[in-house]
Design a protein around this ligand. Structure first.
Ligand SMILES: [Mg+2]
Length: 209
């Protein structure tokens, strides 16, 4: 069976919603103070997410209102989900981002799909992250891919960033958002990886004979 795993932030949406939120609420300096050691490999994504969350003091309602303006779901994603299912496949969203935000954005785009993601406690003194598992990314996305492969499924991974690196390598086929970190990561390793800008392109590649 075909199993498609899709990152959310920057992959289904045009921007990384968590990045946009931290920059807007805490400022670019606070953002850079966390992003630079992350990119340098000095702190884990888990640590970076926990620090970023602590800097945000928005209510759930304020957060969803912010996302309404800033996070646009790829308008071709709903048709892609339907096409995967029409071909007998399964599709899930795997994210290191905030489940509450993801569910809201997908509902607005009229997409019903399983979401495996981190989440936050919207405390007024700063958010606390709750992670899917104890891994360095706070969510071992690659474990989902490996479990599907162990069942004998054909796995496809779609992503854009650091949290997608290991999962993309483990999948049978991979798609990377054009111009983002995952694309460069695959190119640097000589790993076959299709670049994409919208889910309609992935749909063409997977389902047009
Ligand atoms: Mg992403």
């Amino acid at each position: 069976m075909l199993q498609v795993f899709v990152d959310f932030d920057g992959t289904i949406t045009d921007v990384d919603t968590f990045d946009a939120l931290v920059r807007a609420v805490a400022g670019d300096a606070a953002w850079n103070a966390i992003d630079e050691p992350l990119l340098a490999g000095e702190i884990t994504l888990r640590e970076a997410l926990a620090r970023q969350a602590a800097a945000i003091r928005l209510s759930r309602a304020e957060t969803l209102e912010f996302m309404l303006v800033h996070a646009q779901v790829d308008p071709t994603f709903a048709a892609f989900v339907a096409t995967v299912r029409a071909h007998g496949g399964e599709i899930r969203v795997v994210s290191s981002g905030i489940a509450t935000v993801i569910h809201d954005a997908l509902a607005r785009a009229s997409v019903e799909v399983e979401v495996i993601a981190n989440d936050v406690d919207f405390a007024p003194t700063g958010w606390t992250m709750s992670f899917v598992d104890p891994s360095d990314n706070g969510h071992d996305k690659a474990a989902n891919v490996r479990a599907a492969k162990a069942r004998g499924d054909r796995t496809v991974y779609v992503g854009d960033g650091i949290s997608d690196f290991a999962a993309a390598l483990d999948a049978d086929e991979r798609f990377a958002k054009k111009g983002r970190a995952l694309e460069a990561y695959c190119q640097a390793r000589g790993v076959v990886c299709e670049s994409f800008e919208s889910f309609s392109q992935i749909q063409m590649r997977l389902f047009s004979a």
